[in-house]
Design a protein around this ligand. Sequence first.
Ligand code: 3HC
Length: 307
Amino acid sequence: KRPVGAPDRKLARPVSKVGVIGAGLMASQFALLFLRRLQVPVVLTDVDQARVDKGLAYIRDEIAALEQKARIDADEANRLRALVRGTVDKTEFADCDFVIEAVFEETAVKQQVFAEIEGIVSPEAILATNTSSLSVEEIGSVLAHPERLVGFHFFNPVAVMPLVEIVRTPQASEEAVATAYVVAKNLRKNAIGSADAPGFIVNRLLAKVMGEAARALDAGTPLATVERAFGPLGLPMTPFQLIDLVGWKVAAHVQDTMVSHFPERFHASANLHALADVPQAVEKDKGGRVTGWTKEAQRVLSVGSSP
Ligand code: 3HC
């Protein structure tokens, strides 16, 4: 097996414009981080203008919040606002040298996105996927140049979580991986190398916690009991706070990936899937603690409505 560690950083390509495909919460969060830390133009795209506008609005609100908290001054806030663009026109990605996607967590969707973008960017541009658990090699199999694709996996909330997983496929070029490490360093994140294995490192572990918590529900354990059982462990978040943070749909997707690859070790939860399409499944208090199910969640749950 090839080592997954950092290659010689001298091989890294300079990054002077970043493209972000997807304008959902995860993508908008890291678009902001690229703006702030790299201070280069960032262009954001999604399938329609409404989604692009929502992503841009998030970024502008966060820039305003940073200014209000005096983390950045007015000049920097204006500079960041001027550096970000949102568009449905992917030809604006033509001069990006680092393009990262966070679109729907399905291999075929990501393949389509990269196949399209490869026809637009220069042959040297590095491509990155923020997939949470899918095979990066499989995503890249549609590319004419799969060696330029790396996994670049952020954690929620992106601004706060110090980690990025850099996923190296067997085809990945040293340049692509070196560039990813240098980008991560410039974003002030700690990069860890991961093989292209299902769930990489972090989600392989988290899928167990989230999945078994959801299966405790399946077995009839009340939500509050699972949360109380976890509290004394002193981790920053309980299982359902964590699922609420990353999104039930994402948690269900990660679970599916792990179950399909390791059916003997991971087991699906009916409730995790049932809740994947509920916009807000849990009620929380001001401190962010989970206090119970929303009415909508209660309607779809196969366990009782007990909080
Ligand atoms: N967005 C931006 N900033 C946020 C934020 C958010 N959603 N949540 C908190 N912050 C910021 C706050 O603004 C604050 O910043 P400041 O110091 O500049 O004011 C700072 O974080 C600390 O906030 P709090 O005082 O509210 O912090 P807490 O002590 O409650 O910690 C936490 C918040 C850092 C989110 C902590 O609860 C934590 O570490 N939770 C675990 C999160 C985790 O495990 N994430 C990984 C999820 S898995 C994943 O994303 C992978 C995917 O593929 C599934």
